[in-house]
Ligand binder design. Sequence first.
Ligand SMILES: NC(=O)c1ccc[n+]([C@@H]2O[C@H](COP(=O)([O-])OP(=O)(O)OC[C@H]3O[C@@H](n4cnc5c(N)ncnc54)[C@H](OP(=O)(O)O)[C@@H]3O)[C@@H](O)[C@H]2O)c1
Length: 251
Amino acid sequence: MNMTDNTILITGGASGIGLALAERFLQRGNEVIICGRREDKLQEAKEKFPQLHIRVCDVAKECDRKSLVVWALHEFPKLNILVNNAGIQQRVNLLEATADWNYYHQEISANQEAPIHLSMLLIPHLMRKKEAVIVNVTSGLAFVPPAWVPIYGATKAAMHSFTVSLRLQVEKSNINVVEVLPPAVNTDLGGVGLHTFGEPLDEFADAVFEGFENGDLEIGYRSSEKVIRASRDEIDEIVMRNWERLQIPKI
Ligand SMILES: NC(=O)c1ccc[n+]([C@@H]2O[C@H](COP(=O)([O-])OP(=O)(O)OC[C@H]3O[C@@H](n4cnc5c(N)ncnc54)[C@H](OP(=O)(O)O)[C@@H]3O)[C@@H](O)[C@H]2O)c1
């Protein structure tokens, strides 16, 4: 991937992995736009990195996605990289799933519908650029079904599948498709204080940039790098080990 002079839209770029990527893209001389639902978080990011462009947007909503794309293409016609990073993670006990469907559906719409739809909305524009990239942030859990977050795991497995299919369809075009598969990384994913057992954020983000610079198409790190190539037997073993460690009380 050409690492400089790009115009990049990062969904969910006000915190965690998205912000760490935004910071590194800025350092390399790129124009960076971030979006998210919380205006205060976006403002906080802009105070830290004044060159950032910010936009309030709930990517789980179809109308917000459409207006994000219209606004971004009007304001930033040079846009040539989309980073589908926004995501949420919800612990769901399938034996006691009494919440309204909207609660469960928001995980599917943010993690799965949004990156698919945003990619489809932007492909016609990206096709006209000299060089364009779609980066999908999925998860090592795309390969290792995480029973404590069953809907999350399903969305990430689906996004791995979509990413491979997208790459094949745009193979002969100017669009490259890159998948970033984080292992557990210390961010606020799932709620503050729930992801404290993972890899340090800055080390992970530096490794992702090494992958971008090397032109890697699938970028894992430590444990996720291993599961990408694990055998089915190895995966079954990790699935059980994770479930024993992390299962939801009461099941
Ligand atoms: N941390 C990990 O261990 C890990 C592992 C594997 C994969 N990942 C993936 O990495 C990506 C980034 O997560 P993270 O770890 O950096 O967590 P994070 O710090 O919670 O960041 C997620 C970002 O997404 C935004 N977001 C969530 N829902 C959104 C929506 N509907 N519309 C717009 N923005 C939305 C959030 O901002 P608002 O709340 O303000 O909208 C937040 O800035 C996710 O796709 C996650 O699944 C993370």
